[in-house]
Each structure stands twice: as structure tokens, then as C-alpha cells.
Design a protein around this ligand. Structure first.
Ligand SMILES: Cc1cc2nc3c(=O)[nH]c(=O)nc-3n(C[C@H](O)[C@H](O)[C@H](O)COP(=O)(O)OP(=O)(O)OC[C@H]3O[C@@H](n4cnc5c(N)ncnc54)[C@H](O)[C@@H]3O)c2cc1C
Ligand code: FES
Ligand code: FES
Length: 1370
């Protein structure tokens, strides 16, 4: 890496270009012809302390792509490429006013930033923060120490964001740290260890942290959290980053650039795009008025890149996407250097923000402006997007984007309209300015939005804004609102009112003049005013028909109601919390792991950081896309169906063939005519849909295109025209659709029974029926599916991000018709998988392999864009349980008669694994019911074939049975925790799947959890809180779990002691972030008696892995450890005579002596269950090793805002039975991370299907196929207090070294959050009365804001009467 980094210092070439390179900086005359703008100067900027020149920068290239492809800086990760995840975060600095130094650093998304906008800036990537060679920064060390990185894909982004924070403020408060990471997603860790690491830095004296490390001064490896300031004078001289020696030229260039003025032009190599960067408004006007080609104004590009596609059918990929003729020449006019547009000023009219004011600067300026309005606007903008987006995104860009795409629910547009702001526009032809109220602004076409002027009003005025979104941060609003009242300072009557809503109409922001009129002349607390106003509002502001109409109607009123509540002079205490909103404190968490350690086994069971922890933090861990590219590499992209299901289709490749860099195309017919197999799984899913068979689902692969670059491949794939045959049916998208259409794989229901459920049901004292449902979940690995294939001297070699290299090799072998010996698949480190890279990594790998086959053996890479990845590949299977339950009056369950539906999608994933036979293992949860009758239907839908996802079967199973138990409790009128305790399995009971629970820890985990959580006292506190708060309710629930683990056999491990005494482990599992390598290293260290740092794990290869060696099901770590134990024991056996002869010899001497005697110190072993060594390898049972059970329990407390449906998880106490943990740091990380992944499934991760095609242009498509709509948990969604305890003194005689698996089991405990939400909702229903409280709250997962609010049964007409029996509210 370091060599590559040095390689870019100096002159670089930014992408393919046909124009002459090495031009000098010169200013162009303004009146250029529209076509044929000359390329300007080389692009100069400072990168990680060194000045860089890019001779012919391509305006189409984004910074992230340039860094990774041209710059050699692969530490900056590209995941979503739409601003939604933060993996690509870099720090950027502009030249200070004096032209000598740099301004403070800002974190930005390099995936939203065009390379050409970097001119004159300083950029710091994660490599500039710290590397192995340069020394790691304390931020990186702290993250490693705190186990704050698992798969590592998100980690560099967190590091750089924290680094930028410390640059800005070396002593941030805990609140500042906590709120900093709204733009960084992590799918693995659950954020707790990341926040812990950063909080500990914030409380340390970190004044010196902001500087880059200086390895030559000897800090490398220092454990201290601080680095001494650089005194200069080290041997590195001018190349030292810290001394800034390499920056001087960059500073000069930046200054020269600023002073020169003029217009800078850059032109793409294919001449299709020109970037023009004027320095003045006059130059901008001239460019706009003289351009004969289409042009687009670009401010910071965040909206153009990250948002526009979601509101633009063609860009989204609608039917016309492939056929829309792209303009032959596009002019991008970047306004970011025009100082006349970048200002903030305040005068008697209010605050004027130049259009280039970033959201970040607007927050500060408005907060400083004084007054209620400024403060409210500032606080609202702070909730827009993320730190990284706000640092770049402009006010003008946001407003213009909304004007162009009014369905985009812009917060800025709504609150500016509410504030009575006006926009200043410049007509480029006349250069005249005009002013128009923001609410009346209908077009900015052909105009420049120069500024917005926000009147601040008088101190007596009232101004309030609000927004509700699917997730607490970095999520677009479902509804946003702004309300302003102009009050008579003397009498307090309303003289003027402004009521605005966004998100409710595709036509843009909506005003409520009739409701405003009702308010005028009255006091906000006038009798009856609230009722009248709400009633008028409900008739006046009606959301568009369609999805969320009911919820949005409700929000419109409840947000306005909140505003009015806040104006009441004598607000009853019961309502104060509803008006105030929730102020989330800094989150914390305790971990108690000591009881699960065995010091006799150390380093096994030690709290040891992962072996890759540091390289993860510096971006030096290499993922498939980071590997150096082969010479002559090609890239492929899929053509995906945009219509379906339909009976046939035709492909027209003409435009793709004509596209830049085209090499070849492949579809089902090319495969069959070449004798290649067309299947991604044995169950019949084709790699490419055959034209005559038609399309099974929107997103299905129809073909692929191979081109010279990734970008060209994507463009060529989009240029393929598809003509679709008749649509065969309205798309069947959900289980309900499948039931209605009787669309099942099995014509007859699967059946299972235990005892005599029908009789037990009929004789039960209490009988009832219900339905429980839970949905899809995207795996949402941050590393999208990626594979590279290339011809090798002995066949074909692939690097694939996968959980099963052996499986991939088998599929490549059968597809290409070559023996498996000619295929090698290697897997180094995957950037997350969660089950999504087992069968679902096959299509990408086959595409690369097939591409190589058709391109004469040239290397071909297949890397998916997030939208295609999520649209094409399946997810977690949804489930629906229709049940009848019979129980005693105390809630002891006698019988369950149920029908289970589970959604497989359009194809079965490797057969129909996950059916009723498997679900039996989880459907009983931890509850003993003697009588079951189950039938099951596998639903066939017109959606991608679903697959396993972390905790498959057990997550839905646990959620469904917990829902049943909650229902039992409701029905018998007892607390759910009592009923759950009553039904708990005891030692010796037999589970639904027929397993005797010989050593059940169900009771032990349950009791410890109850006591850790202080459940009894807190339940009373919750009751008390609910009595005192009318519209904010709390719920405290308990969720015990049982997770049945299969024996961990069959994964070979090859251990070789090298001549230098270091040890290499080549195992057959895949390191996907779960710490497998670390546990293997610890086990080998224990067995061989050597230090951990002498041992390394190699990449996994299909050459030793079997087809069935698919890492998953949580047990691979144990399987690898077991095989490693055996291999090490074999090595120890061979070394024994030498050791006997040399009892005092050290390890290195022994190895050397063995080598000199020709003793083979490489051993391959596989634990197959026949080997037994008490205390180390699991006991052998009569018929092989025994499955065992992982128990857990979580107590979850939530707070629900009845008015909006927003849920805050206040506290979670989790107890997990981990046996003797193999590594407590890794295992606690797995617990925290998987629980939070489950929390997302339970609360926010919702799939939305576009049935009509109105939104996306494709009926049947998945709207939730990107970060804009799909919302995994972020750092402010996690429990405010999250305590984890490993059950002490649990030794698993069926597990390796007494351990139990941990990767998936804690995830299922997240079902408890829905139980807690149900309790909160039920508390509100009880308070309100009226009959709704008698219904069970059968809320399904995910319990989104929408579902929760609607479940409360809040009657909007009753709003003024809320709190009946409490102090009345007028
Ligand atoms: C991940 C993410 C999350 C977001 N979340 C939110 C959110 O929660 N709420 C919200 O309101 N917004 C949200 N946004 C939108 C964000 O605020 C806008 O993308 C941003 O403000 C646009 O500013 P920009 O400078 O990047 O504009 P650009 O992307 O450069 O331009 C956007 C559009 O405005 C035009 N334009 C720009 N400046 C002018 C001008 N001066 N005159 C005329 N036309 C102009 C451009 O031609 C283009 O059409 C989010 C964006 C992202 C990427
Ligand atoms: S890759 Fe840039 S934000 Fe996701
Ligand atoms: S470690 Fe954060 S996404 Fe994997």
C-alpha cells in the first residue's frame, strides 16, 4: 500500500482521455462555444500531505473512484455510493483567508463528490490518518482495542469522521461525539463498541491527537492515547506528512487558482461532459446564456448524485431508462467557487443565506441569528441528512432540487416556506434579480437561485418545526411541518399564521390557509380553538392517495397538535412530555464477561482484540475490490428486468454495442449455444432468464454486458433495450397476495403434529385466535457482491466475496463444464455477509467466470451497485402464522393449532431449506406446549428468491412465538413476563423438534436477566410513568430464547509450522468479520504453546474447502477451532520425540531441530465428530456429536410517542449463555452487533413494493433498494443503555473447549422490542378506553413509526380531549 501511495505523488492521470495532457493553468474567455470547451489546467490538490496533479481529470469521475482506481488509496471504501452509509468518508479542507494555511477539516462523502471539485483543496483519507508503516493514530488503536470493528468495511469512514471531529475540536463533549456519526452506518458492531471507543477518546486529554502520527519518532505500537506533537527534524524531511512539507506546492496552487479567477474547464475523455467552474456570477450568467448544449448547475452534487434518482423515474431505472437518448454533450456548471453566492448576512429584513451556504453553516448562522425562528430552523436543519452531507450540501441545492422534483420531501423547502422566506433569483440573460416567496417558487429552470432571505420576526412570535422519519437520524421525512404565529405583543392574539406541510403531496409543500384563517384574531389558548383548527386541518390538508395516507393524515394533525400544546399556558403535566419531545441522552453500556472465561484456557477465552483489528481501522484490510487489478481487466454489469412477471422478452443490444468500451454481451442464448450451463443453483434458478421463459420478477438478470471500465459497463447495460411480452399477472409480492392467488410451491400443506392439539384446544379454559407476521430483511452487507475471475496457468482463478468458496468453485466448474481441479476460488476477508453471501454470491461469481470465458480469458470483475444488488438478490424470508391457542386461565398453554406461511420468492434457494421441518426447531421458543398441530405453505411470489439471513428460522420463529405468548398474556389478563415464566421449558423437557433439553439454561438466563434488569421495580416505574404521561407511553418486556445449534463438523484446517517458527493456518471457513481467524489463532496458540502474534491465517481457498463448507449457522468458528486443535495435536505428536530429547528447548529451536530431522510440520485435520477429548473436543454421542442449545434472555424497555409512533429503546439488559467463550471480546461484539441488526428488523427495516409502478416506473419493483428508503439501525437508534452479561459458569460439554456459538443467537432476542412496544401501546389503549383496549395489539415486524402510531388507535377527533380525567386541555 505504501508503495502505491508514493506512486501517485506527482503527476497523475485521471481516467481515460483523448485530449492532450499536461496543460497549464490558464483562464478561459467566458464566451466559449457550447461544444468544444477546452480542457483547462491540471487539477491540483493536496492528498494526505502531498501535492497531487491530475492532468486530464474526468468530470464524470467521483473522488471515491479516483482514489481507489487511480490513486491507489483503497482504504476509502465504496459501498452505497449514494451518500447513505459513510464508508467513503474523507476529510476536506479549503485554503484559509490568508492563503497560508487550511481551514478546519470537514468530513464529506467522497462518493458524492466529483474529482474535479477538489481543485485547491486538501484531502485526508484514512491512510493519511495512520497506517501500519506510518504508525497508527490513537483513534485507530482505540477502535482496535475496543473491538469496534468487525468486517471493517465501515471502519475507515468512522475513523476519518472522528479524526475530523478532533481536528475541529480536540476536546469534544460526550454529546458531540454521540451525535457525530449520523452519516456512518455499521451493520456488524451495533455501534456500542464504536461509541465506547470514541467516548473514551473524548474523555482523554487529546489535545495532541489532531496531528498525524510520526512513526519515525517511535510512537508506533505505543499504547498511550496521545501522540507527542511533532518537533520536526526527523529523517523524513519534506515527505513527512505531519510537517506538511509536501503541501507547499498545493497551497501555492490553491492560492494561485483563487487569485486567477476566470472559468476553469475540464472535459471527459469521451467528450460527452464538460465541467465549467466560473469564479463570478457574471461568468456564470454568460455560460448559462451562451450554452447551446444542455447544462446543469452543480453546487455540491449531493442531491444530483444521492437523491435525484429516487424521484426521477428514468434515473431510477423505469421502463424508459434504457431507451432515453442521452444528450450527446452535457455542460455541468459548477458554482461552488462563486464568492457572490457564498455569504451569510443579517439585517433588518432577517438573515440572508447565499445559495452556497452549506446546511452545516446554515445551522450555525441561524442559531447565532437570535430569536425563536432562527433557533428552530437551526435545530431542524441539524436533523437533515448527515454530518457528511450537511458539510457539503447547500441550501440553494436543496431548495432547487425540491422545486425540480416536488415529491422530494425537502425539509429545507417546508421550513423556509413556513418561516416566510423569499428566494432571490437571477435571470442570466438580463442579469436582473427578482424576489419570490419560497412558497410561490415553482421553477428555477434557466435561473440562478442566488439566496434565501429569512425574516426573523418579533420576539413574541411563535415558530415550530417538526419532522417524522422511519429512523431517528439520516432519514428523509415522512412528513415535515412548519408552523408560525405572528402574535400581537400586547394581547397575545394571533395576527398572522403560517401552516405548512411537506411529504404529503407529490406536488410539493402544502399550505393550510383555511386553518390559518380560523386562528387569526384569537388567542392560541382560546376555548375550542384547538378542536376547530384540527377539524379544519383534517379537511384542508389531505395527503395524496396511496401508501401511508392514513398515517400521514394522522401526522398532519398530531404535529399541529403538538405545536398547539406547546402554546398552552397551563399545560397539564400529563401532556408536557408530548409537547416537549424526547431529548436523547448519551448512550452507555456495561459488559460483564468474566464468568464466561476460563484462565486455564488462555489465550483461548481471553478478551483479545481481533487479529485484523488495526488493519481494518486503516483500510489496509483488502477486500476483493481492493485487490490490485490485473492488466487488461474488464468489467461486467447485469441487465435487470424492469417489468414482471411476463411471458417473454426480447433483448436489443445495438445501443450497448455502440457504447464506449463495449467488449461483449452474454445472455441465456449465448450460454446455451456455447454449451455452458445456465443455473445459479441446483433448484433451477437460471443465471440469465431465457427469453422464451419470460421474467419471473422485477430485478431478474436477463443478460450482462462486458466493457473496459466499470462505469462503461453500467452505462452499456442500461443502454440495452428490452421489449417485454404480456405481463402474466398482477405481481404477487407478499404472503397475503400469495394466499389470495393460492400461489404455493407445495400443492398440499406440510403437516406436523405433537400430542392431540384439536382436543386440547377444545377442552381449554381459554381459547382464542390470532395472526403474527414478520417481514423481509436485506442482509445489507456494506461490501456489495464482488467477484473477479481470471484465467490462470491451471484453469480459472476467482477472488470472491463469499461465505462458500467451495460452493462457488463447484458452480463455476459445472457452468463452464470444467473439472473442479481447474477452478480455484479464494476468499480473503468479506465486508459483511450475514447469510447473503452463500448462495447469493454465486451469480456475481458466475458472471465474472462466464465473462472471462467469453472474453478470451481476460480478467473480468463483477461488482454490484447497491440498487441492483438489492433489487436482484433475495433477502430474509417473511413469515405469517395464523394460530388458535388454548390455555388455562393462568396462561399455561395447552394447545397450538397453526398454519404457517413463509415466502420463498420466485425461486427456491438451494431447494426448500427452511421449511416446516426446520421451523419446528424454533417455533416453540422456550415454551413447553404439549399439543401442536402445524401446517405449512411455501409461498411463491414474483420477487427475488429469498435466502438465509443471520438467525434464519430462529428469528421469525422466536418473533412468532413471542407474539403468541404476548397474546396469551393479554387474553388471560396477566403480565406477559409471568406467562412466559410459567411456560418456560425445564431441564429434561422435550422440545417441539424432539430434542431432550438435558442441560437447559432457560431458567438460569431468564432469572439472571430479570435480576440484572431490576425488572420488578422498573415495571412499577413504567406503570408510574404511564400514569403521569398521557401521550408518551413506556413498555418493559422480557424475551427469553432458545437457539438450537447443529454440531460443528466437517471444516478442514491445515496448520503448517514454517521454518522460521511462524505458524500458518489455512482453514476452510470464511472470515466475514465474525472473528473466525482470531479464534483459530487463539486455539492454535493454546495447543502449540506459542504466542498469538506468531500465527497467521491465510485466505481460504476452494482447493482445500469442500462444496459444503459454507460459513454460516454460527458454528463455523467452532468447527475450525476443533479441526485446528486436531491439526495442532498432530503436529505436537510429531514434535514430541524432539521435545523429549530437548526438554528445555524454546519453540524456535524445536522447530529448527524438527526441520533438520525432516519432520513434516504441516498437518491437515477435520473434526468430524468421531474424535473426542473431554473438555476440548465435544463429547461423542451414540450417533455422533450432539446438537446443543444456546439460551438467552433480554429485558427491553421502550418509550413510544403516541402522536407520531416514534419508538426510543431506553434500556436493554441481555444475558447470553455462551458456555466458555472462545474470545469474550469477539463474542460480546457478536452479541451487541447481532442484537442491533435484529432491532432494525423489528423496528425500521421495511420493504416497500411499488405495485403500480407510479413511483419507480416498474410495477412490482422494490422501492427499498437503497439507503434512501431502507433504514438499518444507526447510532442514535440503539438502546440508550445496553448491558450485556455472559452467563457465568456455563460449560458446554457439546462445544469446542466448552464454548457455545454466538454469531446468531442474540439476534433473536430483539423480538423483545416488539413485545415492549405492544405493552406501551396497550397502556395507551387502556388509558383511552372505548373498547380498543380489549383487542390484542398484534403489531407485526417491523413495528415502524407508521404501524405503531396506527396501532395506538389514537382517535384524532379526540385529540383535544386526550387525557380524559386529567387536567383538561383547551
Ligand atoms: C444521504 C442524503 C440524505 C439527505 N437527507 C435529507 C433530508 O433528510 N432532508 C432534506 O431536506 N434533504 C436531504 N438531503 C438532500 C440534501 O439536502 C441535498 O442533496 C442538498 O442540499 C443539495 O445541495 P447540493 O449543493 O449538493 O446541490 P446539487 O446536488 O449540486 O444540486 C441539486 C439540484 O439543484 C440545482 N441547483 C443547485 N444550486 C442551484 C442554484 N443556486 N440555482 C439553481 N439551481 C441550483 C442543481 O442543478 C440540481 O438540480 C439528503 C441528501 C443525501 C445525499
Ligand atoms: S459509499 Fe459513500 S456514503 Fe456510502
Ligand atoms: S464492521 Fe461495521 S459494517 Fe462491518
Amino acid at each position: 500500500m505504501a508503495a502505491l501511495m508514493r506512486g501517485i505523488i506527482g503527476r497523475c492521470c485521471g481516467g481515460p482521455s483523448t485530449s492532450a495532457g499536461g496543460l497549464h493553468h490558464h483562464d478561459q474567455p467566458i464566451n466559449q462555444p457550447a461544444v468544444g470547451y477546452p480542457t483547462s489546467a491540471p487539477l491540483t490538490f493536496v492528498l494526505n500531505g502531498q501535492t497531487v496533479e491530475v492532468a486530464d481529470p474526468d468530470p464524470k469521475i467521483l473522488v471515491v473512484d479516483w482514489l481507489r482506481q487511480e490513486g491507489g488509496y483503497t482504504g476509502t471504501k465504496r459501498s452505497c455510493a449514494e451518500g447513505g452509509c459513510g464508508a467513503c468518508t474523507i476529510m476536506i479542507q479549503e485554503l484559509s483567508q490568508d492563503g497560508k494555511t487550511w481551514k478546519k477539516g470537514l468530513p464529506i462523502n467522497s462518493c458524492l463528490t466529483p474529482l474535479v471539485s477538489l481543485g485547491g483543496c486538501k484531502v485526508t483519507t484514512v491512510e493519511g490518518v495512520g497506517t501500519e508503516e506510518e504508525g497508527y493514530h490513537p483513534i485507530q488503536k482505540k477502535m482496535a482495542d475496543c473491538n469496534a470493528s468487525q468486517c471493517g468495511m465501515c471502519t475507515p469512514g468512522f475513523v476519518v469522521n472522528m479524526y475530523a471531529l478532533l481536528q475541529e475540536n480536540p476536546k469534544p463533549t460526550a454529546e458531540e461525539v454521540e451525535r457525530r456519526f449520523d452519516g456512518n452506518l455499521c451493520r456488524c458492531t451495533g455501534y456500542r463498541p464504536i461509541l465506547d471507543a470514541f467516548h473514551s477518546l473524548a474523555t482523554t486529554d487529546i489535545e495532541d491527537l489532531a496531528g498525524a502520527p510520526c512513526a519515525t519518532r517511535g510512537e508506533r505500537g505505543a499504547g498511550a492515547a496521545t501522540l507527542p506533537a511533532c518537533a520536526g527534524g526527523c529523517a523524513k524531511g519534506g515527505s513527512c506528512k505531519k510537517a506538511g512539507g509536501g503541501e507547499a506546492a498545493g497551497i501555492d496552487a490553491a492560492r494561485a487558482r483563487r487569485e486567477a479567477g476566470g472559468v476553469t474547464f475540464y472535459r471527459s475523455g469521451d467528450n460527452s461532459t464538460t465541467w465549467a467552474q466560473p469564479s463570478t456570477l457574471a461568468q456564470l450568467c454568460d455560460l448559462m446564456s451562451s450554452s447551446s448544449s444542455p447544462y446543469e448547475i452543480v453546487a455540491s452534487n449531493t442531491g444530483i448524485r444521492g437523491v435525484k434518482k429516487y424521484y426521477d423515474n428514468a434515473a431510477w431505472g423505469g421502463d424508459d431508462a434504457g431507451t432515453a437518448a442521452a444528450p450527446s454533450e452535457t455542460l455541468l456548471i459548477n458554482i461552488s467557487r462563486i464568492q457572490e453566492l457564498n455569504f451569510v448576512q443579517q439585517n433588518s429584513n432577517g438573515v440572508e443565506l447565499g445559495c452556497l451556504t452549506t446546511l452545516r453553516d446554515a445551522i450555525e448562522a441561524l442559531a447565532d441569528s437570535g430569536g425563536v425562528k432562527g433557533a428552530a430552523l437551526s435545530a431542524h436543519i441539524a436533523k437533515v441528512a448527515s454530518q457528511q452531507v450537511r458539510a457539503a450540501a447547500t441550501i440553494g441545492g436543496n431548495l432547487s432540487l425540491h422545486i425540480k422534483y416536488p415529491a422530494f420531501p425537502s425539509d429545507v423547502a417546508t421550513i423556509l416556506a413556513g418561516a416566510g422566506a423569499s428566494a432571490t433569483l437571477v435571470d442570466p440573460e438580463t442579469k436582473k434579480e427578482s424576489s419570490v416567496a419560497v412558497e410561490d417558487l415553482k421553477s428555477v429552470e434557466g435561473l440562478v437561485l442566488k439566496s434565501v432571505v429569512i425574516p426573523l420576526g418579533s420576539p413574541a412570535d411563535k415558530f415550530f418545526t417538526d419532522r417524522v422519519a422511519l429512523r431517528h437520524q439520516n432519514a428523509h421525512a415522512i412528513v415535515n411541518a412548519a408552523f408560525g404565529l405572528d402574535l400581537d405583543p400586547a394581547g397575545g392574539t394571533i395576527r398572522g399564521a403560517r401552516i405548512f406541510f411537506g411529504g404529503v403531496s407529490a406536488a410539493g409543500v402544502v399550505r393550510a390557509p383555511k386553518t390559518e384563517a380560523i386562528l387569526i384574531g384569537k388567542s392560541p389558548s382560546a376555548d375550542g380553538l384547538m378542536g376547530q383548527a384540527l377539524s379544519a386541518l383534517s379537511q384542508e390538508v389531505v395527503p395524496d392517495d396511496g401508501r401511508q395516507k392514513q398515517y400521514k393524515s394522522s401526522l398532519i394533525q398530531s404535529l399541529f397538535y403538538k405545536f398547539l400544546l406547546g402554546l398552552q399556558p397551563q399545560l397539564s403535566p400529563q401532556l408536557a412530555s408530548a409537547a416537549a419531545g424526547f431529548d436523547r441522552p448519551v448512550s452507555t453500556g456495561l459488559v460483564d464477561y468474566k464468568g464466561a472465561q476460563d484462565p486455564n484456557e488462555f489465550p483461548v477465552s481471553e478478551n483479545m482484540p481481533k487479529v485484523e483489528a488495526l488493519t481494518n481501522t486503516s483500510g489496509e484490510t483488502l477486500y476483493v475490490d481492493d485487490l490490485p487489478e490485473y492488466r487488461s481487466s474488464l468489467h461486467c454489469a447485469f441487465v435487470l428486468a424492469r417489468t414482471g412477471p411476463c411471458s417473454s422478452f426480447q433483448l436489443d443490444f445495438d445501443d450497448a454495442i455502440a457504447a464506449a468500451g463495449f467488449v461483449c454481451h452474454v445472455d441465456a442464448s449465448s450460454l446455451s449455444s456455447s454449451g455452458l450451463q445456465n443455473a445459479v443453483s441446483p433448484s433451477g434458478e437460471p443465471l440469465f432468464a431465457p427469453a422464451k421463459s419470460g421474467v419471473a420478477y422485477v430485478g431478474q438478470r436477463l443478460a450482462m454486458v462486458v466493457c473496459d471500465t466499470e462505469a462503461n459497463a453500467l452505462e452499456a447495460a442500461r443502454a440495452v433495450k428490452v421489449s417485454y411480452g404480456p405481463v402474466t399477472r398482477d405481481p404477487v409480492l407478499t404472503i397475503e397476495d400469495a394466499i389470495a392467488a393460492k400461489s404455493f410451491y407445495n400443492s398440499k400443506a406440510e403437516a406436523f403434529s405433537k400430542g392431540d392439539a384439536p382436543s386440547a384446544l377444545s377442552s381449554s379454559a381459554v381459547k382464542f385466535s390470532g395472526v403474527a407476521e414478520c417481514g423481509h430483511q436485506h442482509h445489507f452487507y456494506l461490501e456489495q457482491q464482488t467477484a473477479v475471475a481470471a484465467r490462470s496457468s491451471d484453469g480459472i482463478k476467482l477472488a470472491v466475496s463469499t461465505q462458500g468458496p467451495g460452493l462457488i468453485a463447484a458452480m463455476v466448474s459445472s457452468t463452464l463444464g470444467v473439472p473442479k481441479t481447474q477452478v480455484e476460488v479464494v476468499q480473503g476477508f468479506a465486508g459483511g455477509a450475514y447469510g447473503g453471501k452463500s448462495s447469493k454470491s454465486v451469480p456475481c461469481a458466475l458472471a465474472a467466470a462466464v465473462g472471462t470465458h467469453f472474453c478470451g480469458g481476460r480478467p473480468v470483475k463483477c461488482k454490484m451497485e447497491i440498487n441492483d444488488n438489492l433489487a436482484m438478490l433475495g433477502s430474509r424470508r417473511p413469515h405469517r402464522l395464523e394460530y388458535q391457542v388454548g390455555c388455562t386461565e393462568e396462561g399455561k398453554i395447552n394447545a397450538i393449532v397453526a398454519t404457517l406461511y413463509y415466502q420463498q420468492g420466485a425461486y427456491l434457494d438451494f431447494g426448500d431449506m427452511g421449511g416446516l421441518d426446520v421451523l419446528q426447531m424454533s417455533l416453540d421458543g422456550v415454551y413447553n406446549c404439549e399439543n401442536w398441530q402445524l401446517s405449512g405453505f411455501e409461498c411463491k411470489t414474483d420477487t427475488p428468491g429469498n435466502t438465509f439471513c443471520r438467525g434464519p428460522v430462529f428469528l421469525p420463529g422466536t418473533f412468532l412465538i413471542e407474539s403468541v405468548l404476548d397474546h396469551v398474556a393479554h387474553q388471560v389478563g396477566r403480565e406477559a413476563e409471568e406467562v412466559k415464566s410459567l411456560n418456560l421449558y425445564k431441564k429434561g423437557d422435550v422440545s417441539l423438534a424432539g430434542q431432550t433439553l438435558a442441560d437447559s439454561n432457560a431458567r438460569a438466563t431468564f432469572d439472571l436477566c430479570v435480576s440484572n434488569a431490576d425488572f420488578g421495580d422498573r415495571a412499577k416505574e413504567v406503570e408510574d410513568f404511564n400514569a403521569k404521561n398521557a401521550l408518551v407511553k413506556r413498555g418493559l418486556a422480557i424475551c427469553p430464547s432458545k437457539y438450537m445449534m447443529n454440531p460443528c463438523t466437517g471444516f478442514p484446517s491445515l496448520v503448517s509450522v514454517q521454518e522460521d517458527a511462524s505458524v500458518l493456518i489455512q482453514h476452510t471457513g470464511c472470515e466475514i468479520g465474525q472473528g473466525l481467524n482470531t479464534k483459530a489463532v487463539q486455539t492454535a496458540a493454546l495447543e502449540l504453546g506459542v504466542a498469538c502474534d506468531a500465527i497467521k491465517c491465510a485466505a481460504t481457498s476452494s482447493r482445500i474447502a469442500k462444496t459444503g463448507n459454507v460459513t454460516g449457522g454460527s458454528t463455523t468458528s467452532e468447527a475450525i477451532c476443533a479441526s485446528t486443535v486436531l491439526a495442532c495435536q498432530e503436529i505436537a505428536r510429531r514434535m514430541a520425540p524432539v521435545k523429549q530429547a530437548n526438554p528445555d528447548a524454546k519453540w524456535a529451536d524445536l522447530v529448527s531441530k524438527c526441520y533438520s530431522q525432516g519432520i513434516d510440520l504441516a498437518a491437515r485435520a477435520v473434526y468430524d465428530g468421531s474424535q473426542r477429548q473431554p473438555g476440548v473436543l465435544p463429547d461423542q454421542q451414540d450417533n455422533g456429536p450432539s446438537p446443543y442449545v444456546q439460551y438467552g434472555c433480554a429485558a427491553v424497555e421502550v418509550q413510544v410517542d403516541v402522536l407520531t409512533g416514534e419508538t426510543q429503546v431506553l434500556r436493554v439488559d441481555l444475558v447470553q449463555d455462551n458456555g466458555i467463550s472462545l474470545n469474550t471480546a469477539v463474542d460480546v461484539g457478536q452479541i451487541q452487533g447481532s442484537f442491533i441488526m435484529g432491532l432494525g428488523y423489528m423496528l425500521t427495516e421495511e420493504f416497500v413494493w411499488d405495485r403500480t409502478g407510479k413511483r419507480t416506473g416498474s410495477a412490482g419493483s422494490n422501492v427499498s433498494n437503497g439507503t434512501w428508503e431502507y433504514k438499518p439501525m444507526s447510532s442514535l437508534d440503539i438502546p440508550i443503555e445496553f448491558n450485556v452479561t455472559l452467563l457465568p459458569k456455563s460449560v458446554n460439554s457439546h462445544g469446542v473447549l466448552g464454548s457455545k456459538s454466538v454469531g446468531e443467537p442474540p439476534l433473536i432476542l430483539s423480538a423483545g422490542v416488539v413485545s415492549a412496544v405492544r405493552k406501551a401501546v396497550q397502556a395507551f389503549r387502556r388509558q383511552q378506553g372505548g373498547g380498543k383496549e380489549k383487542e390484542f395489539c398484534a403489531i407485526s415486524a417491523p413495528a415502524t413509526v407508521e404501524k405503531v402510531q396506527l396501532a395506538t388507535g389514537l382517535n384524532l377527533q379526540d385529540l383535544t380531549l386526550v387525557g380524559r380525567g386529567l387536567s383538561p386541555v383547551r
